[in-house]
Write a protein that binds this ligand. Sequence first.
Ligand code: GLU
Length: 314
Amino acid sequence: MSFRGRFAPSPTGRLHLGNARSALLGWLQARAAGGQFLLRVEDLDRARCRPQYLDDLMRDLEWLGLTWDEPPVFQSARDDAYRDALERLERLGWVYPCFCTRAEIARAASAPHGLSDEGPRYPGTCASLSPTEIAERSRTRTPAYRFRPQPGEVHFVDGLQGPSSQDVAAVVGDFVVRRNDGVASYQLAVVVDDAASRITHVLRGDDLLSSTPRQLQLYAALELPPPQFFHVPLVLGADGKRLAKREGAFALTELRERGLPAERVLGVLAAWSGLGDGSPVALEELVRRFRPETLPRGPVVAQEQTLVEALGLD
Ligand code: GLU
């Protein structure tokens, strides 16, 4: 199977140096393998997505030379595919309608733990409603749909982080695949789209490492082949906070609009990736230097002053 990688940003903010590094590494990984690289726009969260962010991020990628080989896929246009997948999961008995409100879940949850992106572990209130109860509740509230994971540890080997495992049923519980406003959840959409685009390698920030076991459960339930995963550690500021969370965080658009040469930004991204000493570098040179086995595994700490100097900002 030929290599197909992708970058899947959400246009909910400006692209910063940290996610530009993930895009660069994914792109280099695909190029080094003689494969293809795709762009998918994860714009399901309509309230937070802005056309301006999308426009900026596409220009930023083009500016760095990180081209994509097929027209971008927009998640906002893929609802039919998500509905088909949901129907399939429903037919096979993997999902059930859930009528709980957030407040009800918070009240019923026995422990506040769980994963921060899912909230408290779902206590299973709607897990075994009868058809009559479902019909009755549907009259007053549109349900969300929850996926019932297989019990037990999900093991997988991340290409960078090594062996990893998580008991999804115990830690996360039954998780949402369609919200009650009818929008597919990130977990379902990412699996349906990566499978539809025949993605073989997913390289992304390690903040999504804990989502991977949920996604692997969905691949198994939908009988789809999962890609290989490569989770790159995030770039942190000297204070230990994610670069993305810091004010400004060296947004690409700003650097581009200031007229900085793209090679300077690539020099910084290369230094964070074991591919250079921070001096300006052309993308073609990085293609020559890149070796898949040297993909970074440890966290990177960005010193603000070093960054300012490397980028030639005043
Ligand atoms: N859209 C997600 C983000 O920007 C990335 C999803 C993924 O790479 O699987 O964090």
